[in-house]
Design a protein around this ligand. Structure first.
Ligand code: SF4
Length: 177
Protein backbone atom coordinates (compact mmCIF):
# COMPACT_ATOMS: atom_id res chain seq x y z
CA UNK A 1 0.00 0.00 0.00
CA UNK A 2 1.44 3.36 -1.00
CA UNK A 3 1.96 6.13 1.53
CA UNK A 4 -0.69 8.26 -0.20
CA UNK A 5 -3.19 5.41 -0.16
CA UNK A 6 -2.53 4.77 3.51
CA UNK A 7 -3.01 8.45 4.33
CA UNK A 8 -6.17 8.53 2.26
CA UNK A 9 -7.75 5.68 4.19
CA UNK A 10 -6.89 7.23 7.54
CA UNK A 11 -7.89 10.83 7.03
CA UNK A 12 -7.95 12.40 3.60
CA UNK A 13 -11.48 12.49 2.13
CA UNK A 14 -11.38 10.74 -1.21
CA UNK A 15 -10.48 7.61 -3.09
CA UNK A 16 -7.06 6.68 -4.41
CA UNK A 17 -6.96 4.92 -7.76
CA UNK A 18 -3.60 3.47 -8.77
CA UNK A 19 -2.71 4.13 -12.40
CA UNK A 20 0.52 3.39 -14.27
CA UNK A 21 3.11 5.88 -13.10
CA UNK A 22 1.34 6.99 -9.90
CA UNK A 23 -2.02 7.42 -8.17
CA UNK A 24 -5.12 9.45 -8.99
CA UNK A 25 -7.14 10.89 -6.08
CA UNK A 26 -10.85 11.43 -6.58
CA UNK A 27 -12.59 13.69 -4.08
CA UNK A 28 -15.04 16.59 -3.73
CA UNK A 29 -13.94 20.18 -3.20
CA UNK A 30 -16.36 20.58 -0.26
CA UNK A 31 -14.84 17.53 1.45
CA UNK A 32 -11.30 18.85 1.02
CA UNK A 33 -12.28 22.31 2.34
CA UNK A 34 -14.03 20.79 5.37
CA UNK A 35 -11.06 18.49 6.00
CA UNK A 36 -8.61 21.40 5.86
CA UNK A 37 -10.89 23.62 7.96
CA UNK A 38 -11.31 20.98 10.65
CA UNK A 39 -7.54 20.66 11.05
CA UNK A 40 -6.79 24.36 11.40
CA UNK A 41 -9.27 25.70 13.95
CA UNK A 42 -8.05 28.80 15.77
CA UNK A 43 -9.51 29.18 19.28
CA UNK A 44 -10.09 32.51 20.96
CA UNK A 45 -8.18 33.00 24.22
CA UNK A 46 -11.27 33.41 26.36
CA UNK A 47 -12.03 32.16 29.86
CA UNK A 48 -14.22 33.61 32.56
CA UNK A 49 -13.58 31.41 35.61
CA UNK A 50 -12.23 28.12 36.94
CA UNK A 51 -12.84 26.02 33.79
CA UNK A 52 -10.25 28.29 32.19
CA UNK A 53 -7.52 26.54 34.19
CA UNK A 54 -8.39 23.25 32.46
CA UNK A 55 -8.42 25.07 29.13
CA UNK A 56 -4.90 26.34 29.81
CA UNK A 57 -3.89 22.82 30.78
CA UNK A 58 -5.04 21.50 27.39
CA UNK A 59 -2.78 24.02 25.70
CA UNK A 60 0.20 22.95 27.82
CA UNK A 61 2.77 20.35 26.83
CA UNK A 62 1.11 17.52 28.79
CA UNK A 63 -2.11 17.52 26.73
CA UNK A 64 -0.88 19.64 23.81
CA UNK A 65 -3.90 20.50 21.67
CA UNK A 66 -1.54 21.57 18.90
CA UNK A 67 -1.43 17.86 17.98
CA UNK A 68 -4.90 18.37 16.54
CA UNK A 69 -4.34 21.73 14.87
CA UNK A 70 -5.62 24.04 17.61
CA UNK A 71 -2.38 25.69 18.62
CA UNK A 72 -2.92 29.06 16.93
CA UNK A 73 -4.89 30.61 19.80
CA UNK A 74 -5.75 34.23 19.02
CA UNK A 75 -6.39 37.16 21.34
CA UNK A 76 -8.61 38.85 18.74
CA UNK A 77 -12.05 37.45 17.90
CA UNK A 78 -11.53 38.68 14.34
CA UNK A 79 -8.77 36.11 13.90
CA UNK A 80 -10.47 33.19 15.67
CA UNK A 81 -13.07 30.68 14.50
CA UNK A 82 -13.71 28.73 17.72
CA UNK A 83 -14.80 30.12 21.04
CA UNK A 84 -14.55 27.80 24.04
CA UNK A 85 -16.80 29.17 26.77
CA UNK A 86 -14.69 28.16 29.76
CA UNK A 87 -16.48 29.39 32.84
CA UNK A 88 -19.48 31.19 34.24
CA UNK A 89 -21.24 33.81 32.12
CA UNK A 90 -22.83 36.52 34.21
CA UNK A 91 -25.48 38.88 32.90
CA UNK A 92 -22.99 41.72 32.56
CA UNK A 93 -20.70 39.49 30.51
CA UNK A 94 -23.43 38.28 28.14
CA UNK A 95 -23.37 41.31 25.78
CA UNK A 96 -19.58 41.06 25.62
CA UNK A 97 -19.77 37.37 24.71
CA UNK A 98 -22.31 38.19 21.99
CA UNK A 99 -20.08 40.96 20.63
CA UNK A 100 -17.05 38.65 20.53
CA UNK A 101 -19.10 36.02 18.72
CA UNK A 102 -20.35 38.58 16.19
CA UNK A 103 -16.77 39.71 15.53
CA UNK A 104 -15.63 36.19 14.58
CA UNK A 105 -15.61 35.47 10.84
CA UNK A 106 -17.83 32.71 9.43
CA UNK A 107 -17.79 29.77 9.65
CA UNK A 108 -17.44 29.86 13.43
CA UNK A 109 -18.01 27.33 16.16
CA UNK A 110 -18.80 27.37 19.87
CA UNK A 111 -17.96 24.85 22.60
CA UNK A 112 -19.71 25.20 25.97
CA UNK A 113 -17.22 23.86 28.53
CA UNK A 114 -18.54 22.81 31.91
CA UNK A 115 -21.74 23.01 33.92
CA UNK A 116 -21.70 26.81 34.17
CA UNK A 117 -21.54 27.30 30.40
CA UNK A 118 -24.19 24.64 29.82
CA UNK A 119 -26.76 25.67 32.44
CA UNK A 120 -25.33 28.01 35.05
CA UNK A 121 -24.03 24.98 36.98
CA UNK A 122 -23.77 25.44 40.74
CA UNK A 123 -25.18 28.94 40.30
CA UNK A 124 -28.40 27.76 38.67
CA UNK A 125 -30.35 28.28 41.90
CA UNK A 126 -30.28 31.27 44.20
CA UNK A 127 -28.10 33.47 42.01
CA UNK A 128 -29.58 36.49 40.30
CA UNK A 129 -26.56 37.36 38.17
CA UNK A 130 -25.65 34.18 36.23
CA UNK A 131 -26.81 33.30 32.71
CA UNK A 132 -28.43 29.83 32.86
CA UNK A 133 -26.72 28.50 29.78
CA UNK A 134 -24.51 30.25 27.24
CA UNK A 135 -26.87 29.09 24.49
CA UNK A 136 -29.26 31.79 25.69
CA UNK A 137 -26.68 34.24 24.31
CA UNK A 138 -25.00 32.53 21.32
CA UNK A 139 -25.51 29.18 19.52
CA UNK A 140 -23.48 26.25 20.86
CA UNK A 141 -22.16 23.38 18.71
CA UNK A 142 -20.61 21.06 21.33
CA UNK A 143 -21.30 20.72 25.07
CA UNK A 144 -18.87 19.25 27.63
CA UNK A 145 -20.28 18.06 30.94
CA UNK A 146 -18.28 18.44 34.16
CA UNK A 147 -17.36 20.86 36.89
CA UNK A 148 -14.76 21.29 35.64
CA UNK A 149 -14.41 18.87 32.71
CA UNK A 150 -11.05 17.12 32.61
CA UNK A 151 -8.58 18.15 29.90
CA UNK A 152 -9.22 14.83 28.16
CA UNK A 153 -12.90 15.76 27.90
CA UNK A 154 -12.03 19.08 26.31
CA UNK A 155 -9.73 17.32 23.84
CA UNK A 156 -12.58 14.92 23.07
CA UNK A 157 -14.92 17.84 22.41
CA UNK A 158 -12.39 19.40 20.03
CA UNK A 159 -12.12 16.12 18.14
CA UNK A 160 -15.93 15.85 18.11
CA UNK A 161 -16.11 19.32 16.56
CA UNK A 162 -13.54 18.29 13.94
CA UNK A 163 -15.61 15.23 13.06
CA UNK A 164 -18.75 17.34 12.73
CA UNK A 165 -17.00 19.76 10.40
CA UNK A 166 -15.55 16.92 8.30
CA UNK A 167 -19.04 15.46 7.94
CA UNK A 168 -20.22 18.71 6.35
CA UNK A 169 -22.00 20.04 9.43
CA UNK A 170 -23.20 23.63 9.27
CA UNK A 171 -25.42 25.36 11.76
CA UNK A 172 -27.74 26.46 8.97
CA UNK A 173 -28.36 22.83 7.96
CA UNK A 174 -29.24 21.91 11.54
CA UNK A 175 -31.72 24.79 11.75
CA UNK A 176 -33.28 23.78 8.44
CA UNK A 177 -33.56 20.30 9.99
S1 SF4 B 1 -18.36 24.44 35.75
FE1 SF4 B 1 -17.40 24.31 37.78
S2 SF4 B 1 -15.20 24.51 37.35
FE2 SF4 B 1 -16.30 25.28 35.52
S3 SF4 B 1 -16.51 27.48 35.83
FE3 SF4 B 1 -18.36 26.51 36.66
S4 SF4 B 1 -17.94 26.23 38.87
FE4 SF4 B 1 -15.96 26.58 37.83
Amino acid sequence: MSQLENKSQNSFPGEVHPVPGGDVVLTRLDDVINWARSNSLWPLTFATSCCGIELMSVASSKYDFSRFGFEVARASARQADVIIIAGTIVNKMAPVLKRLYDQMPDPKYVIAMGACAISGGPFFYNTYSVVKGADHVIPVDVYIAGCPPRPEALLNSLITLQQKIKSGYTREQIKAG
